[in-house]
Design a protein around this ligand. Sequence first.
Ligand SMILES: [Zn+2]
Length: 93
Amino acid sequence: MRTYKKKIFNIMEEVVEDNLNSIIESGKIDFCTCDKCLNDIAAIALNSLRPKYVSTSEGAVIARIEKLKDQLNVDIYEKLVLAIETVKKNPHH
Ligand SMILES: [Zn+2]
């Protein structure tokens, strides 16, 4: 019996993770960086962004992310800032 084993990735998850880390590193925005808040922020941002699923091996995914990063960063940055504000106003702790 063949069963389907998921081998697709939403590369937006990687790009969001990456962008969120740069925001934290930049120190430009003051917000709680506990695991709970960061995951809430990532979830809110990802829900407001169109997912980009790719079906490839992991190496190829990384190559695609690198290519897409520059064109996606501005949009993702804006969504992340909005998500940060949302979580800041209403933290789950
Ligand atoms: Zn927190």
